[in-house]
Design a protein around this ligand. Sequence first.
Ligand code: HEM
Length: 479
Amino acid sequence: MAKYPGDIHGQYMPLLLAKDHPELEVPGLMYIDLWPIAPPMLAVFHPDMMAQFTQITSLPKHPSLASEFRPFTQLNDLLNMSGERWKMWRGIFNPAFSVKNISSLMPSFIEEIDVFVDRLKGAAESGEILRLEDAAIGCTTDVIGRAILDVRLHCQTRKNELQEALRRQIALLWISNAPDQLVMALNPLRPFRMWNNNRIMKNYLRPHIERRIQEYLNGQSTGHNTILSLATKDFLSRRDSSGGVEVDERFLDIVIAQIKVFMFAGHDTTATALSYCYYLLSKNPSTLATLRAEHNTVLGRDTSTTRAQIATSPTLLNQLPYTTGVIKEALRLFPPVGSIRKGQPDFYLTHPDTGKRFPTDGFMLFSLSLGVQRAEEFWPRATEFLPERWLAKEGEQLHVRKNAWRPFEHGPRNCIGQELAQIELRAILALTVRDMDIEPAFPDDSPAVWGEKAYQVMEVGMITGHPKLGMPVRIKMRV
Ligand code: HEM
């Protein structure tokens, strides 16, 4: 790794190893001894072998995920739960992510996206170089506030206690034994800081939860399914009929843990994806022209009406296949995160071409989306940004191979928020790309990986891959 920029994200490591030491790779997987930085890893980047431990069998998450999250959510959250308990909560939350429910929330999402659009316009006026990802994180966090709490968090315009405490807390999660992480983890003040951040988040969320319970009891539900409203409904339906409305602390802790993990999982992943959409579009002008043409056809040429159109007819966002292709390509080339599972004594991966079996016991199985999604053997013209591959039919050269696209992972533990993320991204693109040009503005001496200055980095306080320097951009309004 010393050959590459020091901040490069860990998910590149197996690929760089495979490139520099091809003799170490069995096609599609690699055993890597990471002691003492992390547990021994089996990085897998063959679509069918990835399916073997996430879809055909869904192996349990690797325990390192639990040790990372325990001080944050006490593992009372969907990402870390398992078995029947996970199944029950996933069932409770599923209705929040139906296309119908997301569409019903679209007018409130658009209010948040308006603030983001104004921020971009402000940067165009001032000529400043904007850290695009920071602006995008503000927007995606505010959208999540609407989707999970039905509350305006105003993260884009002022400091929000909940978001600030969440970000500080994420920065204290102990991800690996890399030297900077060890310094953070061994700081004697860390437990106190984590306790305090949890306290601030609980104090912020408690009144919202108590109010929602009261509203339900008074028959004042908004009709939207949010994470909070669904958890509240479930809580009230299970309360014994003679019971009061005292919120029991156990319920409060679980709901707060769930809210925290939804905010955690949904804000920077979606913001990163948006940043890479703009980046790739700016580097591919003909693709950008095709995207704008699709928006003109479906939404009309007058961009001043787009906002109202989407708010009143959110289903228009489901009629933008090329836009969907743009988003899928950005997530293919720059997936923010993979899944880690626990190998088992009696569980072997079988190579589909050779039939050779590979033991998994004692290894952290890493489903490496970045690896499979850039592999030439599964993706024709793999390094090119080609939204049209998502329109290709079976038999056509660019047709997408089964299991090869997995930024949201597949199988029962796939991303519950994937529809929300993609609809939100389509709405943001529809409300921006025709009115402005967004160009990357990396310093001349910024390092590159695979010729790309916008490579994914590991930032302090972030687990997922982020664009280098937060994706600096210059914005110009189009006349
Ligand atoms: C582009 C945006 C997103 C990407 C790339 C993404 C990716 C992923 C991936 C790869 C997983 C599996 C993680 C694992 O196996 O450990 C996952 C799980 C999850 N995601 Fe997302 N995600 C995105 C957006 C969202 C949003 C918007 C939300 C919610 C508001 C969300 C909530 C969750 C939750 C709660 C889980 C755990 C699900 C379970 O285990 O049942 N994600 N996501």
